[in-house]
Design a protein around this ligand. Sequence first.
Ligand code: F58
Length: 844
Amino acid sequence: MSSPSQLALRQTESRYIRTGLSVEAIERAFLDNLFFIQARFPAVATRNDHYLALAYTVRDRLLHRWVNSAQTYYDQASRTVCYLSAEFLLGPQLGNNLTNLGIYDRVRKAIEELGLDFDGLLEQEEEPGLGNGGLGRLAACYLDSLATLQIAAIGYGIRYEFGIFDQEIRDGWQVEVTDKWLRLGNPWEIPRPEIAFDVKLGGHTEAYQDEQGRRRVRWIPERVVKGIASDTPVPGYGVNTVNLLRLWKAEACESFDFQAFNSGDYYRAVNQKLTSENITKVLYPNDEPLQGKALRLQQQHFFVSCSLQDMIRIHFQQRGKTLDNFHEMYAVQLNDTHPAIGVAELMRLLVDEHLMNWEQAWDVTRKTFAYTNHTLLPEALETWSLPLFRSVLPRHLEIIYEINHRFLEEVRLRYPGDDGRVARLSLIDEGGERSVRMAHLACVGSHAINGVAALHTELLKRDALRDFHDLWPEKFSNKTNGITPRRFMVLSNPRLTRLLSRTIGDSWIKELDDLAQLEPYADDAAFRQAWRRVKEENKRDLAGYILDRTGTVVDPESLFDVQVKRLHEYKRQHLNALHIITLYQRLKHDPSLETTPRTVIFGGKAAPGYFMAKLIIRLINGIAEVVNGDPDLRGRLKVAFIPGYNVKQGQRIFPGADLSEQISTAGKEASGTGNMKFALNGALTIGTLDGANIEIREAVGPENFFLFGLTAAQVHELKAGTYKPWEYYDANPRLRAALDLIRDGVFSRGDRDLFQPLVEWLLNRDEYMVLADYQAYVDCQERVGDAYRNREHWTRMSILNVARMGRFSSDRAIREYAEDIWKVKPVTIELREPVRAKGNPSHP
Ligand code: F58
């Protein structure tokens, strides 16, 4: 028998042979995988077979680095960042993995030499839509940056069987279609059936005395489900680091079900199995009221409990016998309040299961967690009614009461007699239906709290979390969001990538600030021409895609004016719609009017239960029908709503945009990240002073940004006074005409009732101040149109926008988190050479 060290050596050798990076080695591996994994001979292999064979080929090359990374972290007991998020919106993996491994061109060559269509294989991949929008995509960008910066990190989340629904447009309406992303197999995940944890749910608690006579609590659950790990490798760009995204899948816990089986109650047992599996069945689309969504609370607890148990397992395995130093080994980031139950769960694990005393457990817990807030909308702050919470997590409710009791004592000492403040700070909302405030739990249980853009953090400190800021100002900081330039430039915009790298070298891919070297080229006419050519070609591609997806012919010469993001009233897609109607009317009335030809492009999903958002989609499609069908407007105005906006589609859209619509009501969009993706790809922004728009404008210069609208302070003021939207309607003939057209059924085939709720709401309530900002927006759009006609100047602005986007890399954001909050340093991963290897295999 071989010793483990001999085995390790032989394993290393065979790995080198199997994971060669030459074109020949890749071709060979691809054909082997087609045969041995897909069991196909070439004549019958489908495109999906080819895609999977290629994905497995790439995966082998990732695993080599992955196992090395894991071993290094193990050997060095590296402090690890655990990013807890209910959503990770990864986007397609193949192209990104090739980019980060640095073998994109080689693999293209290998596949083309085999006579196959490489782009077709990339296209074949269905993306894992395990998130709603910005928050989930941010988590994915952060994983990319963590790996690229060589920080030991694990992303923890949920392996939803059905991700975000797919959207179709029928008769102008959104129709939701279930997302069966796993249907054709997922080659990127490695199931880990041995990494499994039990998670208790429901039932009741009992107090008892342990052998030492201490009072302890035991939780007798109503049911137990098992969480099974499923791992996805996350490679860094140009480094050997491959980190881990560990997603949990719920299964029935056999030992628990056996009781039912054994008692002969077969159907009850089967039923329990189904109920268990339900926990990770489906992602909740946002904006749905959480009332009664017990399953959502179960999902949150399920993935957080599995993740914390996993951390404890690794800790014991690698780092010793005590949990006293747990917080030294892990920095746990809560991506919004969805994982905030972790504060109570870690306390439960430490106190109930590992018998730590309360004070010490609380100290460890607070030093472990940090909390990122992503919203300013009061209705989006999570709360759970007490009866629901108790029915799912009875022990956690007791723990939360205890945390609250001790916390409020502290508050009373600090602010004697200030009962109002005590009530405002309490973890329990006592007004109306009593409920648990998850943001308060997150604040009390964390040592750091951050917002996601400068304005957002300031507003958090002033409003939503004001009392916490009074109490612990030192806990608060701002961490402006960022995006990864690997996916949102190198992978999605190869033309611009080539031009940039040809001009200033390719260091910007890892040091986005190096884009500043582009500045002088804004004055170089030949460079501007090359820049324009890239945009023109990207627009041609996008026009082809729009034709394909919507049947609408659009002119790549026109200004591509784009708004893609989730549908929400605060994001104000309907303000954009009102502008289109105004333009339409002006062009109809004055056929000789000289305007800039425009194509207004929309994309975005509405939550299935969000009536007004769905009506706005219907309105946009109604406008598209009228505008696109009117010969008077030919060559002057087009409207397209591209169905099924997701990461993959975003990658096609950003490179082809001229104008980026970031028009939320000031003070409502926490940060935005689409704004950064557009600007990095050379689109100019029309936007309000909201979220990260403010910082983008500062960075690119106010002269290169189209600003309009009320400020957050003005919105606040107008709200506090008496905002009367109909006064704007009465006073503004253009606005009146636009709303009247909608009301008269022009965009609903004569149906005057259809958009009535939307018009009435705008006239009487207009929560998001669409009418107040209408004229400023229309005027600003006029400036945009004029500016676009001076192509040289527009190109200059576009170049300067890109040159000044360095700050918005997710690498910068992650460096800030690493230094200020997590206190972690990079860990270099060496690819271990086999000691005895003869004749170096095909590795660089
Ligand atoms: C978004 N939040 C913010 N939430 O709206 C956006 O401004 C910010 O840039 C982004 O986070 C990243 O910080 C967001 O996407 C959700 O999708 C929640 C998912 C769970 C249900 C409630 C909404």
